[in-house]
Design a protein around this ligand. Structure first.
Ligand code: NAD
Ligand code: IPM
Ligand code: MN
Length: 348
């Protein structure tokens, strides 16, 4: 019989609340013959306060033994900014070589959007996940003095860029529109920017059916708002992808719906699934967080592990649930109620 051995890192703030709903829907959708085992890892702000640890080696090792990781969110106002983000979340993405950070955006028919004309939006951002300005390649001299100097150097390797660009071409090639847009800033970032563009053009010769496009990141933000339907697959740098995918969420129904997958395509390490949003300290503990982003991340997890039919059931349940929302405060449901509703839908 089949099994799914899942690591769960609820993390901080609303991470705890939304992960509970993700697990609810996962248990409800899995076929009877699949044995679901979950192991919860106590990582995040409270662990750090208790022990000073972010991600001890023993836990990093133990995480390797799972089929996948479901993560809520990490980061808390009581912990210095960057300690958990770097020491836990980025450490996992780097250690498990999650070089494809996949962030799909789709405007469901009934969803609220600030966009006029309700264009068809269905694109996926392939965000590089292990390099760029995220590598911690920098430092500060004379810290805190008027003569302070700080650097934060973006690290880009031909190996790292080629593998993520190739993954993006493969995805574009397998989608009906077969269009791939590179987003960078090669009019200013002439070293990394030109390397990305050269590799993008060279790999593109192997994909004659894929139509390509290039946009500077600033212009890309215009088109995310004015013409989001022009995009199919987008490939971009780690930091540009971070910013663009919050914007993508905002124009396709809000950050509460945006899912992501940190994928290790080589399957040497477990991939990790998490909502795009953070721990939302402003609404934590109030039952106000929308768990849909986490539940859609569970769909990405299911598809990654070969449970395609179950992934579709989750996505269809979300579409049906969104169709029934009217968005008024008086009828707004709690985190738990949305999770319950979706668990019922996937089970029926
Ligand atoms: P955030 O995404 O946590 O919150 C931004 C805004 O979106 C807030 O107003 C919040 O209430 C709202 N929001 C987020 N998720 C929501 C949901 N599911 N339903 C309804 N509203 C939602 O971003 P931030 O405030 O910049 O960051 C807070 C903390 O989270 C920081 O410590 C940051 O480093 C961390 N963070 C972690 C992750 C992660 O774990 N992957 C991602 C982003 C930010
Ligand atoms: C995200 C977050 C993270 C990122 C932070 C918390 C390290 O913003 O997952 O989008 O920048 O990748
Ligand atoms: Mn982000």
């Amino acid at each position: 019989s089949r099994s799914l051995n899942l690591a769960v890192i609820p993390g901080d703030g609303i991470g705890q609340e939304v992960v509970a709903q993700g697990l609810k829907v996962l248990s409800a959708v899995l076929p009877q013959d699949v044995k679901l085992e979950t192991k919860e890892y106590d990582l995040g702000a409270s662990r750090w306060h208790r022990t000073g640890e972010t991600l001890p080696d023993a836990e990093l090792e133990a995480l390797k033994g799972h089929d996948a990781i479901l993560l809520g969110a990490i980061g808390d106002p009581t912990v210095p900014s960057g300690v958990l983000e770097r020491g836990l979340l980025l450490k996992l993405r780097f250690a498990f070589d999650h070089y494809v950070n996949l962030r799909p955006s789709k405007l469901f028919p009934s969803t609220a959007t600030p966009l006029a004309g309700r264009p068809d939006i269905d694109f996926v951002v392939v965000r590089e996940g292990t390099e760029g300005p995220y590598t911690g390649n920098g430092g500060s001299l004379r810290t805190g003095t008027p003569a302070e100097v700080a650097t934060e150097v973006s690290l880009n390797t031909a190996y790292g860029v080629e593998r993520v660009v190739r993954d993006a071409y493969e995805r574009a090639n397998s989608r009906p529109r077969k269009k791939l847009t590179l987003v960078h800033k090669n009019n200013v970032l002439v070293y990394a920017g030109h390397m990305w563009k050269n590799i993008f053009d060279r790999v593109g010769q192997e994909y004659p059916d894929v139509a390509t496009d290039y946009l500077h990141v600033d212009a890309a933000t215009i088109f995310f708002v004015t013409q989001p339907d022009r995009f199919d697959v987008i490939v971009t740098d780690n930091l540009f992808g971070d910013i663009l995918t919050d914007l993508a969420a905002a124009v396709t129904g809000g950050i509460g719906l945006a899912a992501s997958a940190n994928i290790n395509p080589d399957r040497t390490f477990p991939s990790m699934f998490e909502p795009v949003h953070g721990s939302a300290p402003d609404i934590a503990g109030q039952g106000k967080a929308d768990p849909t982003a986490t539940i859609l991340s569970v769909a990405l997890l299911l598809r990654h592990l070969g449970f395609d039919a179950e992934a579709v059931r989750v996505e269809e349940a979300v579409a049906a649930d969104l169709a029934g929302r009217d968005g008024t405060a008086a009828t707004a449901r709690t985190t738990d109620q949305i999770g319950d509703a979706l668990a019922v839908r996937v089970a029926s």
